[in-house]
Design a protein around this ligand. Sequence first.
Ligand SMILES: Cc1cc2nc3c(=O)[nH]c(=O)nc-3n(C[C@H](O)[C@H](O)[C@H](O)COP(=O)(O)OP(=O)(O)OC[C@H]3O[C@@H](n4cnc5c(N)ncnc54)[C@H](O)[C@@H]3O)c2cc1C
Length: 461
Amino acid sequence: MTKTIVVIGAGISGLTTAYLLSKNGFDVRIIERKSEVGGSIESVNENGFLFDRGPNSALETTPLINQLVEELNLKDELLYANKEANKRYILRSNKLHALPMSPPAFIKTELFSAKAKLRLLAEPFIGRSNDGYYQSLAEFVKRRLGQEFLDYAINPFVAGVYAGRPEELSVKSAFPKLYALEEKYGGLIVGTVRSIRERKKRAEKSKQSAKMLSFKSGMIALPKAIAKFLGDKVILSAEVTSIDKTNEGYIVSYKHNGIDEAIACDAVLSTVPAYVALELFIKFNKNFKTHAEAIYYPPVLVYFLAYNKKDVKQPLDGFGFLIPEKEKKSFLGALWSSVIFPYRAKDDYATFTLFIGGSRNPEFVKEEREILLSRVRKEFEEIMQITGQPVYSSTRFWEKAIPQYNIGYIEHERFFDEFEKQNPGLFISGNFRGGISVGDCIKNADLVRDKINLQLRMNNL
Ligand SMILES: Cc1cc2nc3c(=O)[nH]c(=O)nc-3n(C[C@H](O)[C@H](O)[C@H](O)COP(=O)(O)OP(=O)(O)OC[C@H]3O[C@@H](n4cnc5c(N)ncnc54)[C@H](O)[C@@H]3O)c2cc1C
């Protein structure tokens, strides 16, 4: 008999797993609290400007993304980033410095001092650390590459990826591949060379070399296409309120447009954030609360600005810029959205996406919004040498934006592994397990599909 699986949450994790499971012949239902699919993926078109309010792009780190694009007939919609987007800037002493992408550029750059450049040469001679599992990214990078590289490369980089801080993030959980380079090969430089060879064999791409993609209508095109494929299997405006075990499997109860409804199923896959999952799963194991509650999701304010191109004196030839914490600015960085992908603005305009807050500066929420935005705008316009007023602006506030894989995260990872073992038929996924990027969520969906497939077919649940 066909097994029924209820997937909670129609973000990219839930949708992709549901898609793969339904292709494997399972009867899948997705229950989503909001009235639209996508979760953190939101694309809006206003006044002729297209903005992504969550992820602006994904990296093609797995062949599965291309497979989805092909199978969902999204080829005509697919966009790869313009070649200008390869150039990334970092702010130092109020000046934008291109991140060096080749050894000669590295030697020439003023982003790092001569001392910092020489310090990098020592990297292959530095041994492994003993307490890797509980090491922060900052400790790891400082030990291997030196303080300045931490301050002017890694600090802004993690602000751009996690809206996080290297002092708090666990190197093992937040950057497992970086950690593995030391663990497996003894160093980053040696490890990078060897792992490139190994990845080639697996047809996978590293985040550094993977192509950056989006869609003509923004990132939302992918969730929408999956939802279209799944049709009435996606139930919107439906908030899951409880999960109960029965002799046959589970009952998932939800409020659908204010009305109580329920589905009986063989297995449940949760892809909701950890702080929502804790309410649903605490009855199965009281320790769920301790682990889920400890996962920090800092607030992020996304600020969209559009200007007349002629008013922007900074050459628009890059992906955008990131700001090291040491530079003491009121925002984390800015994407030059209309430079990265076409179809974001008409020719005469340039659009930008700025990020404010994160775990570097979560207190911004206490500040009056207008005062904060005007300060951010002033700083941004100075950096970009902008002479005119914006022609459009808007914001999107994410109260709990991105889960931080902080020091000690390994304990949570082990707990969720154990929880699944003790509760056959319950599966916990979403961006707080297996990586936060869209690419990681898609890769992880494939692993979760395999796990569910195996358990349901082998154990005949
Ligand atoms: C501002 C921002 C910028 C980002 N930028 C990038 C980027 O450029 N590139 C990149 O790769 N990644 C980026 N990310 C990260 C990435 O977008 C997310 O990690 C990923 O989209 C998460 O997908 P998910 O499906 O795991 O979770 P979510 O998208 O959070 O989906 C969970 C879903 O569960 C639903 N839900 C919650 N409670 C219930 C309930 N009780 N019942 C039913 N449904 C429920 C929610 O409404 C939501 O739709 C960004 C994230 C943010 C917030």
